[in-house]
Design a binder for this molecule. Structure first.
Ligand code: HOZ
Length: 431
């Protein structure tokens, strides 16, 4: 495959933008080489600056659950653009998307739109503190909640990929009220609550972790969080930026049957444009300004063009029979097929999935799968890098880190899955 044009453009970009990327997850830091410059996408495929075609399992890091440039989404965005790019005033679309999101999500009584997952999680944390009048927040090692100062401690995603557990620039004071516990460790949760329960404002957790690769929370762990927070009067926050509307129409909270007090959304609810949200119990949400005193604002919050993309996407999900069941079946065939291809070649790998997200972990043979950050960190990243580039050479575009989730869309066909599995079989046989 020829990457000459991508290389030339990236060489220039590197001089203009730190690392040549506007977000570190895209930097190919863990796999080496240069990121490809992507020109366009259609359905399940993307095309780079050299004209190479790839089946895409990044999907803009999750939002494109209906594939690239879905006609209904493009039509809705085009219509919105022609009516004006933004007003800084309420619009009909905001009412419609709030109504639909609340109808689909078991825990939502009220919701506030923002523009990024980071804004959603930082607002939810502030709200939990403002509502309870307490300071401490619990997070879990390997979970990532955007680049919120107080949560960028023992974080997953690019922070894990680049080995930056705590970023310079975050004051000790800012992170002092963040308690870091181990994911899927119910005893650790019980212990922390027995010591500090009455000081804990909230617990934030990815119910299906996607930022150390896909590591589903166990029902027992998530149930323990629900019980412990309820007993202590703390706010349970499900960060569903990645899992929201993807692992089920009602998100992870419906799949697990556990109702958090607050939830954050992003990615799928924007359909590829910048929409995110936080919401939950009306009593807590009414602590937000202008009803309450907890401040949060944004010029682009609820932008009509972005909302049009999100709303069109939600209507596809809600209006297509068996949307999630079909997508999950496709994802299962792919994930299990990749694991089987590795096994046949004598390579230890475990495919973990939930709904339409999965990760093939090149895990330590001594571990029974990946259940927390420790077992994720023991994976063979060098082998992952060979897998990544081998798949690129075969026309398959994967997330460029062992610690990220792969995503599927309704645009991925059975033929796409077959081609991906054929590529993996050929590649693993060559190792
Ligand atoms: N939240 C994304 C993956 N964990 C990162 C997206 C990006 O940086 O582009």
């Amino acid at each position: 495959m020829n990457f000459t044009t991508s290389r030339a453009i990236f060489a220039k970009t590197e001089k203009l933008i730190p690392g040549g990327v506007n977000s570190p997850a895209r930097a190919f830091g863990a796999v080496g080489g240069n990121p490809l410059i992507i020109d366009r996408g259609a359905g399940s495929k993307i095309y780079d600056a050299d004209g190479n075609e790839f089946i895409d399992y990044v999907l803009s890091w999750g939002p494109l659950i209906a594939g690239h440039a879905h006609p209904a989404v493009i039509e809705a965005v085009g219509r919105a653009v022609r009516e004006g790019l933004g007003f800084g005033a309420p619009t009909r679309g905001e009412t419609e998307i709030a109504e639909l999101l609340i109808a689909l999500s078991p825990s939502l009584e009220k919701v506030r739109l923002v523009s990024s997952g980071t804004e959603a999680t930082s607002s939810a944390i502030r709200l939990a503190r403002g509502y309870t009048g307490r300071d401490k927040i619990v997070k879990f090692r390997g979970c990532y909640h955007g680049h919120v100062d107080s949560l960028l401690v023992a974080a997953g995603s690019a922070a894990a990929t680049f080995g930056v557990p705590n970023s310079p620039g975050i004051t000790a004071g800012c992170a002092a009220d963040t308690l870091v516990l181990e994911y899927n460790d119910s005893e650790g949760v019980k212990d922390a609550f027995s010591r500090w329960g009455k000081e804990i404002a909230g617990v934030i957790v990815e119910p299906v972790a996607g930022n150390m690769g896909v590591v589903p929370g166990t029902p027992e762990f998530l149930g323990t969080l629900r019980e412990a927070t309820r007993a202590a009067g703390s706010v349970l926050i499900f960060d569903e930026v990645m899992s929201g509307l993807r692992v089920a129409l009602g998100s992870a909270q419906a799949r697990y049957g556990i109702t958090p007090d607050l939830s954050t959304f992003g990615k799928v609810i924007g359909g590829g444009l910048p929409v995110a949200a936080y919401g939950g119990k009306a009593e807590i949400m009414d602590a937000v300004i202008p009803v309450g005193k907890v401040f949060q604002a944004g010029t682009l919050s609820g932008n009509p063009v972005a909302v049009a993309a999100g709303l069109a996407t939600l209507k596809i999900l809600a209006g297509t029979e068996n949307f999630h069941a079909d997508l999950e079946a496709k994802t299962t065939r792919l994930a299990e097929g990749l694991e089987e291809a590795a096994r046949r070649a004598g390579i230890t790998a475990t495919a973990q999935k939930c709904g339409a997200m999965f990760t093939l972990f090149f895990n330590d043979p001594a571990d029974r799968g990946v259940t927390d950050w420790q077992s994720a960190a023991r994976c063979d990243e060098k082998l992952f890098a060979r897998y990544f580039w081998g798949m690129i050479e075969r026309g398959i575009y994967l997330p460029c880190s062992q610690f990220e989730a792969n995503f599927t869309s309704s645009a991925h066909t059975d033929e796409d899955i077959d081609r991906t599995l054929d590529a993996a079989r050929e590649l693993f046989a060559s190792f």
